[in-house]
Write a protein that binds this ligand. Sequence first.
Ligand code: SAM
Length: 423
Amino acid sequence: MDSAISIIENMNFRGNAVNPFSFTAHGIHSYTAKMIPQISKYLIENFSQKGDLVLDPFCGSGTTLLEANLIGRNALGIDINPLSVLISQVKTSKFDVETAKPAIMETIEVIDKFNDTCRVKFPNIDYWFNTDAKDELYRIKTGIEAQKKYLDSTIYRFLLLCFSSIIRKSSNADPYMGKTYKSKRVVKKIASGWRPAPIQYFKDAVNRNLERISATYNGKDITANTQAIHGDAKRVSKVLDEKGFSMIDLVVTSPPYINAQDYFRSYKLELWWLGLATPEQVIALNKKAIGTEYIFEHNYDAAPQTDCIILNDVLIKIWSKPKMGRRKSYLVANYFESMNAFFEEVNHILPKNKYFCLITGNNTICEVEIPTFRILAYLAEEKGFKLERLFRDEIKWRVLFKNRNHNGGVINEEWITVFKKVR
Ligand SMILES: C[S@@+](CC[C@H](N)C(=O)[O-])C[C@H]1O[C@@H](n2cnc3c(N)ncnc32)[C@H](O)[C@@H]1O
């Protein structure tokens, strides 16, 4: 491994600052494993110039994109999850709140007048929503769609996102769980008479989110732009080609964790209600996601083998574990294979001497600790990047949910690797 890897710079990116998620556009919608904005800001400030184009190919809720715009960089985000694209678009839309208010209020009046019963159907809808909640959600969605032709596309998306932000809270799924899951806690809450009030939640969300947009953009002259697009990071050069982008100045990204998150299972209710993906499309997208539970290998007779010695060592340890070990070792191998393909793509799109910043955490799978950032650093160096800086930051706020069988492992520090493209 490169000698630079031994120089670890310990950082405290959170400092004593108040969590910015609650009162700025960063807090407009929940998203699991959101990065803290301070990390993106630091990297963008130090490794790019004003007017540059910053790419986040796993943009999630758009943290990097917003931070880039706030300090005068244009931003481009890609994500496989259509909900993430919507969040990123809304978070970075710099509309004037006062000008937008009349159209928003009119939409709310239309919603208040609707009296229809729900005509939306998706698997187990009655398990996830009681009849009143379902009807109210239907009225909100129908109201927004009915007003679409009178609304600026930015405001239409803003309202859709406010709607999305209250779906989990209006459902029988536990809002504190990563996955969409009816916990004992929620069953008890329902039995004690709890009834959700989606239309009221929606109005509250609209007001809060207008304040967040206002707090983020009002009085600032921000000319930088963002585009967020749906796509697969493993094919990022093709996605950029199709959209006509030729020049990227900096890549800042926090890729998915191995086996720790299932963004599609977590957000299926939102995706279905918004009509962003059908149940079949959700399954198909999940298969393309990096870190997915889906693997196509069925013969686990020997541990997977790669060209990376540290990785092979980890794979054999996992493979030797009873029960899930064999399957999980293939899942881990699959993750690094996908990340390797991704590094190759980044090498194609980034000019020489430009920087590529990767924010990762180590995982524990089947009780085996995986030095994720070290393995990724090795793979990136093989693909023409040189590790220049290495930061370590302790996680305090990042909301990470373990999956229910606890195989995702706890992640309590983050590693920020800064590479320069050298060949
Ligand atoms: C750790 S999250 C990024 C969080 C983001 N930095 C934020 O602050 O919200 C990783 C993201 O990678 C996305 N993802 C997974 N596989 C992908 C793929 N093949 N192509 C593009 N995005 C993918 C997931 O949908 C998720 O949004």
